[in-house]
Design a protein around this ligand. Structure first.
Ligand SMILES: Nc1ncnc2c1ncn2[C@@H]1O[C@H](COP(=O)(O)OP(=O)(O)OP(=O)(O)O)[C@@H](O)[C@H]1O
Ligand SMILES: [Mg+2]
Length: 283
């Protein structure tokens, strides 16, 4: 069952309304889906392998076209012609799961400059955007390196820099932390915090419930019955929904119930999301 947030519908930057989709000759992947990305949110999309996260993200960024229902941008239906798709891509940027599906130019700087060049911007503007994006992802030193010689984590950052150089209002990341080491994950989260502070809305697909609890303010769980969207902590405490989505309880939610049972945390108080928050609660 879908649970669209009617109260804030008008502020959705980009949304799927009643969308159904199936790949050629395949079974339906998404049916009657309502999904909205609201300005300023950190939204995590979770669901089991094959539940349709990547498909949903490709529908949101215009790479796939719904068979029924529609994609809206600022409340207006998106037209799938050149002008409509250009408008969509200057607002919404998708970074795909595998960086090798995204990177293709010889060097990092060339790859990151591809999108801005395609917008017809001046050389000076392109240079400034590339410099800004490489700095944001902490890979300025890699600018002239051939993309195929980079490590996996470096290629992930280069792929994200290519999207950031488009200065999208909505950045969509398909499993951006998969394959990153702990320090790489922390640095990516810090980068996302900086982008969000500068006004970028971020949607991330992940299987990591602990990361979702810590990072997201809203989560969407994809289950066979549809998508369930709500505040991160409350939604990630819904055990039956998590089970349907093939996920376990985040440790922070489990810790909160232990603390509450022992009278160490008020029923109404927020549970810990990190080890530091747990330490602070039990001081
Ligand atoms: N190009 C394609 N052609 C045909 N079927 C596809 C294609 N891409 C995905 N599918 C099917 O669509 C369904 C949803 O796949 P999708 O990639 O959206 O899932 P996902 O939630 O991103 O999974 P994962 O967690 O493994 O990345 C799956 O059943 C998959 O087999
Ligand atoms: Mg996927």
């Amino acid at each position: 069952m879908n649970e669209p947030d009617r109260s804030t519908e008008s502020t959705a930057l980009v949304a799927l309304r009643g969308v159904s989709f199936a790949y050629e000759e395949g079974p339906p992947v998404l049916t009657g889906l309502d999904f909205a990305v609201h300005e300023g949110r950190a939204l995590a999309l979770l669901g089991r392998n094959g539940s349709g996260k990547t498909t949903l993200m490709r529908l949101l960024s215009g790479g796939l076209r719904p068979h029924a229902g529609r994609l809206t941008l600022g409340g207006e239906p998106v037209r799938y012609d050149r002008g409509g798709l250009t408008r969509l891509r200057t607002t919404v940027q998708l970074v795909v799961q595998d960086p090798d599906d995204q990177l293709f130019a010889a060097s990092v700087a060339q790859d990151v400059s591809f999108g801005p060049l395609n917008l017809g911007l001046s050389d000076a503007e392109v240079r400034s955007r590339v410099g800004e994006a490489l700095a944001a992802l902490d890979i300025a030193a890699l600018a002239d390196r051939p993309t195929h010689l980079l490590s996996y984590g470096q290629r992930k950052r280069a792929a994200i820099a290519g999207a950031v150089a488009m200065r999208p209002r909505v950045l969509i990341l398909d499993e951006p932390t998969a394959g990153l080491d702990p320090d790489g994950q922390e640095r990516l989260l810090a980068t996302l915090d900086r982008l969000r502070a500068a006004g970028t809305t971020v949607l991330m697909a992940t299987h990591d419930v602990d990361l979702a609890l810590r990072w997201a303010d809203e989560v969407a769980l994809l289950t066979p019955g549809g998508v369930h969207t709500g505040p991160a902590a409350a939604t990630l405490a819904r055990t039956e929904l998590l089970r349907q989505a093939g996920l376990r309880l985040p440790w922070g939610v489990a810790a909160a119930s232990v603390l509450r049972a022992r009278g160490l945390l008020a029923e109404s108080a927020a549970g810990p999301r990190t080890a530091e928050e747990l330490a602070a609660l039990t001081e």
